[in-house]
Design a binder for this molecule. Sequence first.
Ligand code: MG
Length: 379
Amino acid sequence: MNSRRKFLTYCGLIAGGAGFSYASLGSSARVGAGKRKGTGMSMKFKPYVLQLKHVFTLASGSRNTTPVMLTEITYDGVTGYGEASMPPYLGENYATVQAFLSKVDLSKFDSPFLLDDILTYVEQIAPGNYAAKASVDIALHDLAGRLMDQPWYRIWGLNPERTPYTSFTIGIDLPEVVREKTREAAPYKILKVKLGQGNDKEMILAVRSVTDKPLCVDVNQGWTDRGKALEMIHWLKEQGVAFVEQPMIKTAVDDLAWLTQNSPLPVIADEALQTVSDMHKMQGVYSGINIKLMKCGGLRAAFTMANMARSMGMKVMIGCMIETSCAVTAAAQLSPMADWADLDGNLLIDNDVFTGIKILEGKVMLPDKPGIGILPLAD
Ligand code: MG
């Protein structure tokens, strides 16, 4: 057992996650962090363009690249890695992320273990900017975990064998293309079918002509009539669909609450939910939430939301954007808390710069590596 691990065992941090809190992490680690004091933390960041394997089509348009910002926080010779992914529809871009990160001054903190203090400070620098905030949060978690020589799932006390199967997304397309994509998704145990463009039954029947594996559907706010939506959900249940994500526009709160109350399938919030402060609006309106690090600002918020959802009796889904293995593997650390995972963002790109999460026969496999569990690939 090395000295870092001995210290943490002494602090009780790796004896199990029961009672874990970010505040207690800071106060417990303060003693040990003192030994390292003097070198300070430094952060750097650089833009990077993800090249997609296939053109990616959403209601908002098509694209074959995604901009990301890669961050690094270094302390005492150890570096943690983070990432901000900026799909255009979320409103962040290189200029906004760079402007935000330029305001972050970590030199005022003595220890990277003071995650609660540091991330509260980052949160308060400016409203919004969730992807930029996530890039700091992820790098700081990676750094702290590396300094502790422990992966975050273990620090939180989560069982790595409880990771869910990840879904693989089938986009809206012509039936022959949908059938081909369904065949290509053979290694995955669950498929996520995009709906909401008027050809819902055609999409599902095309998938069903190839496979009988469980499905979930993401309507991306596409249905407008709650009565028709309920009829469709009953039909989807007969087709072996497990849940429905964001069936109607997020502002139709009364319709969504009615739908959830009457639906035979769980109704999951995605677009309706940004971060922790939205959680109180979820109860009674949805049966579960889709947590994404780029929406909520990182692992601290995501962990809080997952715990809140469980205490509210709601289902938890962990999702992602198109990202490198950095942010996807960070999100995967939380996946033992999730009922469902949608962690395929790194599989959609051609130029990943990290290795981390692996998917084995559809199941999320957490690396036994410290921090968020990634290694940078050599240039
Ligand atoms: Mg969604």
